[in-house]
Design a protein around this ligand. Structure first.
Ligand code: MN3
Length: 338
């Protein structure tokens, strides 16, 4: 009976608490995903305890007080940041402080073995040349950030990566910064992040922190912002499509020169597609048959072109081939065919 009573009390208390949380938003301190000493020797236990328990917690307490009676009370943290120009400096500093530190804890790990995913690595190499140059760019930005601030790796509205630093607790989500984007990695360069261990040597802190970056989490954030293309795992299909669209669309306008010069290339890409591993999610007998047909018809089209066939015959063959191609894409897009 006693047990039932305490259960009931706990249940009612939960109800009351949930109701309070609904009407009066309160931000709370997230738990660290590892112990305070887990990041040693790169970041020492005492720094982590003060950074998380005092600094981060302080931003949250101040944020909860600063939003009282403002529109921010009914907004998510990200919404507040995206509209930060409408709010007080107190909200700006503390909403930034809460968001930035919440991100920071998750992009660190004691594991020391994580690496960027293949997609993120490709994007980093495209934008910065290599992972090493990204580190150099970010370290330089962190080192030259005067006073307190953050250095960020972000994704912009065109899904491109960029590096930027911001002062104080600002971040690239805010509508007050020069270059806006969504951070996937942020490094705290406030002295409170490193002073106990590194004193004034910010460069050493920046060099060392790369040992504990959680690339699994950074890659996950990248995937969330830059979702995989539907056929990203089937490059042979994309390569065939490239030549198909560069020959088919001119033909629609009466220009057969592209297909007359590239029919061999089209046939060899169709052959490569035929020999490729069909991704499991698209693998069905119908898709296999269509791919086989595409390869056979591409070869026939190439022969037609090489035998100097009429425009009419080539137009018909290419139109049919285009239909087969779209059958494949259609089959892959239809959930019922999986
Ligand atoms: Mn900090």
């Amino acid at each position: 009976m006693q047990n039932f009573k305490s259960l009931l009390i706990a249940f009612v208390a939960t109800l009351v608490f949930t109701e309070t949380a609904k009407t009066q938003q309160a931000f709370t301190l997230p738990q660290l995903p590892y112990s305070f000493e887990a990041l040693e020797p790169v970041i020492d236990k005492e720094t982590m305890q003060i950074h998380h328990g005092k600094h981060h917690n302080g931003y949250i307490t101040n944020l909860n007080a600063a939003i009282q009676g403002t529109d921010a009370m009914n907004m998510s943290l990200v919404e507040i940041l995206k509209n930060i120009s409408k709010f007080s400096t107190g909200i700006r500093n503390n909403a930034g402080g809460h968001y930035n530190h919440t991100l920071f804890w998750t992009i660190l790990t004691p594991q020391k073995t994580t690496m960027p995913s293949a997609r993120l690595k490709t994007a980093i190499e495209k934008q910065f040349g290599s992972l090493d140059s990204l580190r150099m760019v970010m370290n330089k930005a962190g080192l030259t950030q005067f006073g307190s601030g953050w250095v960020w790796l972000c994704v912009d509205e065109k899904k491109q990566l960029f590096v930027v630093s911001t002062a104080n607790q600002d971040n690239p989500l805010m509508d007050v910064v020069d270059k806006r984007g969504t951070p996937i990695l942020g490094i705290d360069v406030w002295e409170h992040a490193y002073y106990l261990n590194y004193q004034n040597k910010r460069a050493d802190y920046l060099n060392n922190i790369w040992q504990i970056i959680n690339w699994d989490e950074v890659s996950r954030r990248y995937d969330e912002l830059v979702p995989k293309g539907k056929f990203e795992d089937w490059p042979e299909l994309l390569k065939f499509h490239e030549v198909m669209s560069q020959t088919f669309h001119p033909m629609e306008k009466g220009d057969l020169a592209p297909i007359r010069s590239r029919s061999g290339e089209l046939a060899s890409r169709a052959e490569a597609l035929h020999n490729s591993q069909i991704p499991t999610e698209f693998d069905s007998k119908k898709v296999k048959d269509a791919v086989k047909k595409l390869a056979a018809n591409s070869k026939k089209l190439d022969k037609l072109v090489k035998s100097k066939a009429s425009d009419k015959a080539i137009t018909k063959a290419l139109t049919d081939l285009h239909d087969v191609f779209h059958t494949i894409v259609g089959l892959c897009s239809d959930e019922e065919n999986h």
